[in-house]
Design a protein around this ligand. Structure first.
Ligand code: LIP
Length: 269
């Protein structure tokens, strides 16, 4: 049974306060830590003490306020049993965070009835809070967002995400195809912030052949609510558990991005 409007209202209000608190925690730890202190979960997959501390703060707050909801976090896991679920990345852009690069965010989505209903992305170093509610629009610091009206790849800026979870050839082939079409291609190592930037119109598209749900759900909702086009994510089987491909772009750019990304022949390692 989907949540009622008042029940969703309560979670929306709670989410904004919680992500600000989590962002403050992340920023205070960032300011106090010597760059370069981290461990690796795998090749280019960074982990810092802050990831775990911030996720614990978020998880405990949610459990106290909404004990009936499920929780799924990047660092402490959780359960996906079809009930209303909070999906949390405590620090997206951990590689940046670990090396002292202040391009990172806290990313929280709320999924109910099989769809992302709420999304929030907070960049504490720039104090930019992006929020979206299904059917309610996308906002940054209370200002309504809209994707860019860039007409073609020749004048577009596209961010490509990558991780060792997918074949490097797919990333390099896509990068070459987009550059050949004249696009400016960048990589910022925070997929969540990149998706927020698509919603804000700062860039025109984001593509990654495989993203985890905690990195992507909030940003995909932001892009949709800002008038953008996104590749179906949660409607694909098991993406809440296994992740999946992500494409989000302005309506004009999306077909060209999908074509060059070859999402239809995607292989997940
Ligand atoms: C990051 C993702 C990004 C991906 C990076 C990394 P993390 O998440 O947001 O999409 O390209 O390799 O996985 O690990 O910083 O939370």
């Amino acid at each position: 049974m989907p949540l009622s409007t008042p029940e969703l209202d309560a979670r929306a209000d709670f989410l904004e306060a919680l992500i600000r608190q989590a962002g403050l925690e992340a920023r205070e730890r960032y300011a106090a830590r010597p760059p370069g202190r981290y461990t690796l979960k795998g090749p280019q997959d960074f982990l810092t003490e802050a990831d775990t501390a911030v996720e614990t703060l978020v998880r405990e707050a949610i459990t106290r306020r909404f004990p009936e909801d499920a929780f799924l976090g990047e660092e402490t896991g959780g359960n996906v049993s079809g009930q209303a679920t909070w999906v949390v990345d405590p620090i997206d852009g951990t590689a940046n965070y670990a090396r002292g690069i202040d391009h990172f965010c806290v990313c929280i989505a709320f999924v109910d009835a099989g769809r992302t209903q709420l999304g929030a992305i907070y960049s504490p170093c720039t104090e930019e809070l992006y929020v979206a509610r299904r059917g309610g629009g996308a906002y940054k610091n209370a200002r309504r967002l809209s994707v860019a009206d860039t007409p073609s790849l020749a004048t577009a800026t596209i961010e490509l995400g990558w991780s060792p979870r997918t074949p490097l050839k797919g990333y390099l082939d896509t990068q070459a195809a987009l550059i050949t079409q004249g696009a400016n291609v960048r990589r910022g190592a925070s997929g969540a912030l990149a998706l927020a930037w698509v919603a804000e119109g700062r860039i025109d598209g984001y593509l990654e052949h495989h993203m985890r749900p905690w990195d992507s759900l909030a940003g995909l909702l932001l892009v949709k609510e800002a008038g953008g086009t996104t590749h179906p994510y949660l409607s694909l089987p098991d993406t809440l558990v296994l992740g999946g491909p992500v494409m989000a772009a302005t309506p004009a750019i999306a077909p060209m991005l999908t074509r060059h990304a070859r999402l239809d022949i995607l292989e997940i390692a």
